[in-house]
Structure formats: C-alpha cells, structure tokens
Design a binder for this molecule. Structure first.
Ligand code: PLP
Ligand code: SF4
Length: 426
C-alpha cells in the first residue's frame, strides 16, 4: 500500500478541506468551538469514504456536525461568530454551553484516592481490584471522537484535567492495597506517549516489585487512529514500543491492550492488521470495547461482523457500552430497549466466539450495569428490565440480577424506577 507520512496534522492546515463544501466547513468551524475537533491524515485518507462522507461512520466519528449540538446552542454560537463579537464574549458563551453539556458524567471526579492523606489527582480508584492511571503526557488523542465522554480533558480552559507526574505515589498506593492487582493506563490515549515516556512509568512499576500487581492494561484507540505506533517499517519508535510490551510480559505481567473499535471499517486494511499482529507477537492480549451509537454503529449485522473479524484477527470482544450522557449524547444516544434489541440480534448472528463480550453496559455512578433482558412478570403482566452490576464500588453487589420497571424510552440507568422484587442469589 501507499506509504503514508506520519506527521500528525490538524485538519485546518491540510488539504482535506477540498472534500467538503463551504457550508459544511462553516458548520464544523462553529461546532468545533464547543466540542474539540482533531483528525489526522491516516484517518482522513484511509478510513473515510469521501464519496459518501455524510453517512460514513468514521467521518461521523471524527468530524463534528451541527446536529451534535442542541439547536439553540448551535444558533447562539453561529450568531456570535457572524456578529463578530469580541473573542472574550464568544469564549464566555462557549464555556457556558460546555458546562451545560454535563462535562463530568457519573461523578468521575469523586474517585480520586488518597495516599497518606494527600490526593493522588492522576489516579482513579473506583473498583476494588483496579486503579486507573492518567499519565500527564497521555491526555490527548491522535484524533478526537465526536461522542467522547472524555471531551472536557481536551478543552484546555476547563480545569478538569486529571493528571499526575509521580508514578511513585501510585506504586506506593497499590502496594498498600493488597487487593489491587491491576493498573490501567488511560487518557486521552496513553499510546500517544513516546515509548521512552511510557518506559519511565513502566520501569518504575517493574522496579517497585509490587507482589499484588498482576495486570497492566493500556486503554487506546491507536490501532484505529494511528496504527503506525506499532509498525517499525513506518515509524522508528514502533520497535521500542513493541519491545516495551515484551518487557512487560517478560516481567511476568499480563498485558492487555484495551482497544477501542467503533466500526469494522476501522479494522479493514493491511496497516491495522499488521499492527495487531505485531502487538500480539509481544505476548500482549488485545481486548476490544466500544459504545453503541446512533449514526455510527446502530447496526446488529455490523457488530456481528466486527466481533467475528476481531476474533479472526486474534482479539477478544470485551465490552459494548451504552453512550454516556455527556457532550453531544442526544445525537448518539438510543433508548436502552433499542440498545438491548440491537445487542441480542448482534450476538445471535456473531456466534460462539463473540460470547466473551459483556453487553450492553452502562458505566454509571455506582458501577457498570449490564442490561440482561426484558422480562414479563406473569403475575402483573408488566415488563421489567433485568440488570446486574458487573462492576460496583462495593464488589459484594456485583453479579446479582435485579429488576427495574421497564421504560421503553429510558436512555440511562438513573431514569429507571426501582422494583422491590429481588432474586435470591449467592
Ligand atoms: C470500566 C472501568 C474500569 C475497568 O473495568 P473492567 O470491568 O475491569 O474492564 C476500571 N475503573 C473504572 C473507573 C472504570 O470505569
Ligand atoms: S480516542 Fe478515546 S479518549 Fe480519545 S476521543 Fe476517542 S474515545 Fe475519547
């Protein structure tokens, strides 16, 4: 295939503008004042079908459009720009809109742990056995997803960044909590960091000899947005990254790459296939996860083909999420009843190897809730959602099915009415 240069370029500075008519560029300009917008030449040249860009899943995944903002917000930003208001007033307006878009869903900011009474601001510890680490240099991405719940982190003037320079504190913290056995590097996209930077973190972890630490994970979308991270023939740092993975494995850790794939189009060229092969050859496992989104992947057949292809490429389907209530969620969200229907159709088509997926799952304030089914109670002939926590702040509350009143239009856990009835389970 054609050799691609691997400078990350911002859309504004490059010729991809040629694909788009003037009014669409104008829209992007307006919406991207509120929601962060970033893409790169690999995504644009290889993942988007420009003949049909308006419905192309990767286009919608990376390019903002006017429907992603509530109409009145869109109009007010448009107005402000057209009236040429002073920059300070536009900024004020934009910040006001951002704060109305629920920048911190599921109270993420409340999961910050303490070491010797001092906050560890680059760490989140919500579930007993796993700590999330937000390395300072990994809080951006190679491109931005339009639906992303992490969007406030990409908007510099919002003071909501989690980050921490000191990995030592994290190691001490993990040592002090012997039931903690996983560290998940997340962001942004931690794979945006150079292998040297990641090595400084990893070497500290290895040298800390934390006997309770079994697993290191990286949450990343690099296999979609920048597979060159793992391709030495394109990128001189890639071998170093692969060697680092191997070093993690050789030091006795389970290394899991939590790869984010929204659509099968993201895994349909030789570059991605080779990147996956290279990662797997280090001994790392690749597990896949993504939210189900209207306009991008609300298609059971596609999910079935995507999971099947993931398995064929040696990856393990892991989570299908429900879109969180943040940013442009109204554009992407579907009722839980619809999500559940799409999921069951997909899993039935996909066959046995896709059974490793846990779905559909809402990452809600108390924990990750799986929708297990819609059941009719023969006594009152009413419908109920059957759910279970697959993750909960209190691990004793996981894997106990429970019921909530069925609501055809509910889009999130907190809209469901509880029911007294509980299954008796271990
Ligand atoms: C999803 C999540 C994890 C990882 O959960 P797994 O079910 O182990 O993949 C860890 N911490 C937080 C805060 C999460 O939301
Ligand atoms: S790559 Fe991940 S963190 Fe970055 S914008 Fe997309 S979903 Fe969000």
């Amino acid at each position: 295939m054609k050799l691609i240069s691997y400078n990350i370029k911002n859309f504004r500075s490059i010729e991809y503008m040629k694909y788009l008519p003037e009014p669409v560029k104008k829209e992007i300009e307006i919406v991207s004042r509120v929601l962060p917008f970033k893409t790169n030449n690999y995504v644009v040249d290889y993942l988007i079908d420009w003949e049909n860009y308006e419905t192309d899943p990767v286009y919608i995944l990376t390019f903002p459009n006017r429907h992603m903002l509530p109409k009145h917000h869109y109009e007010s930003v448009k107005d402000a720009i057209e009236k040429d208001l002073p920059e300070i007033e536009i900024t004020r307006l934009i910040n006001k809109i951002r704060f109305q878009l629920n920048p911190h869903p599921a109270q993420q900011a409340t999961n910050v742990p303490k070491l010797n009474g001092v906050d560890l601001p680059g760490v989140q510890h919500k579930y007993r056995d796993i700590a999330l680490f937000f390395p300072t240099q990994g809080q951006t991405c190679h491109a931005n997803c339009t639906f992303c719940f992490r969007w406030p982190q990409f908007v510099k003037d919002l003071d909501l960044q989690f980050s921490m320079k000191e990995i030592d504190q994290l190691c001490d913290y993990v040592k002090e909590h012997e039931y903690l056995h996983e560290i998940l590097f997340t962001g942004g996209d931690p794979m945006i960091m150079s292998p040297k930077t990641i090595s400084t973190y990893i070497d500290k972890i290895i040298n800390a000899k934390i006997s309770n630490l079994d697993t290191i994970r990286f949450g990343t979308k690099s296999l979609t947005y920048w597979p060159f991270t793992f391709l030495p023939e394109f990128n001189e740092e890639a071998q170093e990254m692969l060697d680092l993975f191997k070093r993690i494995v050789d030091n006795g850790f389970h290394l899991s790459i939590m790869a984010h794939f929204n659509h099968i189009n993201e895994m349909s060229n030789e570059v991605v296939e080779q990147a996956i092969k290279n990662v797997r050859s280090t001994g790392a496992q690749i597990r896949t996860q993504a939210p189900i989104l209207k306009h991008i992947n609300d298609d059971s057949e596609m999910w079935a083909r995507m999971w099947t292809r993931q398995v064929k490429l040696g990856m393990v389907p892991y989570y299908m999420f429900v879109e969180r209530e943040t940013g442009p969620f109204e554009y992407f969200q579907m009722p839980l009843s619809k999500v559940y229907e799409l999921y069951t159709n997909a899993i039935r088509i996909a066959g046995s190897m896709a059974k490793t997926v846990t779905a559909p799952v809402m990452s809600a304030a108390p924990g990750k809730v799986q929708i297990m089914g819609v059941v009719e109670n023969p006594i009152d002939q009413e419908n109920y959602f059957m759910l279970q926590f697959v993750r909960n702040r209190d691990h004793n509350k996981t894997f106990k099915p429970f019921f909530m009143h069925y609501d055809e239009n509910a889009t999130w856990f907190d809209q469901l009415e509880p029911v007294e009835l509980q299954l008796k389970s271990a």
